[in-house]
Write a protein that binds this ligand. Structure first.
Ligand SMILES: [Fe+2]
Length: 240
């Protein structure tokens, strides 16, 4: 019988206490945001923090409640009317409805959140040339989930938690990073994933992460739909 060889790459042990603490923070103001995305309606004196990995940033918008209901109503109406909706079977491991073209719906509420997603990319990636390749709203009905996947070919993905749905515990419709390149997934040894990274995506939270980072959403169960918004961003093509 062939001996089993365990491949254990070297590397420093992670600081366990540090894994769940913010890594860095960026204080933002209108001038700073305006240098990247002048049209963004961005809250004053707002902080963006890095968690799990220097490439993952989150923030929570304090005025979420002032526009969330209008956005959710718009999304659920378009879902009911089947306007540009991609539907996936739960058995395929991407059991959701994706309402495409979010950046082109032409509503004030979607224009505002689109601008914030681009501003979030600007201030964290420190570049003003990012454009939307695809943007969509995802509606999770009871039983929907997303198997581990990534978004190939994009520099950054932005996620906005519009409505987490019904509270069914920490694992209900839970977004998780499952990637050994994310430091927060590797508490025992860098590069060896031994836990899922669990960002706290409360309503109004926007997160940006590298598009190729593997992530998933555990099955959601509840009567009220879970709704998120997503943007895949790329640098503006030359001549575009
Ligand atoms: Fe995804």
């Amino acid at each position: 019988m062939m001996p089993v060889t365990l491949i254990v790459p070297g590397g420093p042990m992670a600081d366990l206490d540090a894994l769940d603490k913010p890594i860095a923070g960026i204080r933002t103001d209108a001038e700073r945001i305006g240098s990247y995305w002048p049209r963004a309606d961005w809250p004053a004196d707002h902080t963006v923090i890095s968690i799990f990995d220097p490439t993952v940033w989150v923030t929570r918008f304090p005025d979420h409640d002032s526009y969330a209901a209008e956005l959710a109503e718009l999304i659920l109406a378009r879902n009911a009317e089947n306007e540009n909706v991609l539907r996936y079977e739960q058995e395929m491991g991407i059991g959701t409805a994706k309402l495409m073209g979010l950046d082109r719906w032409g509503h004030a509420a979607t224009d505002r959140i689109n601008a914030r997603a681009l501003a979030m990319a600007g201030v964290t990636l420190k570049r003003a040339d990012m454009v939307v390749r695809n943007a969509w709203a995802t509606v999770y009905q009871s039983g929907d989930w997303a198997q581990p996947h990534c978004h190939p070919g994009v520099v950054a993905s932005v996620l906005y938690m519009l409505d987490p749905g019904e509270d069914g515990g920490r694992l209900n419709g839970a977004f998780r990073f499952v990637d050994p390149r994310v430091k927060g997934c590797c508490p025992e040894q860098m590069g060896i994933m031994s836990r899922a990274g669990a960002p706290e995506l409360t309503p109004g939270t926007m997160m940006i992460f590298p598009g190729q980072t593997v992530h998933m959403v555990s099955p959601y169960h509840g009567n009220r739909p879970r709704i998120t918004l997503s943007w895949d961003l790329i640098p503006k093509p030359a001549g575009g």
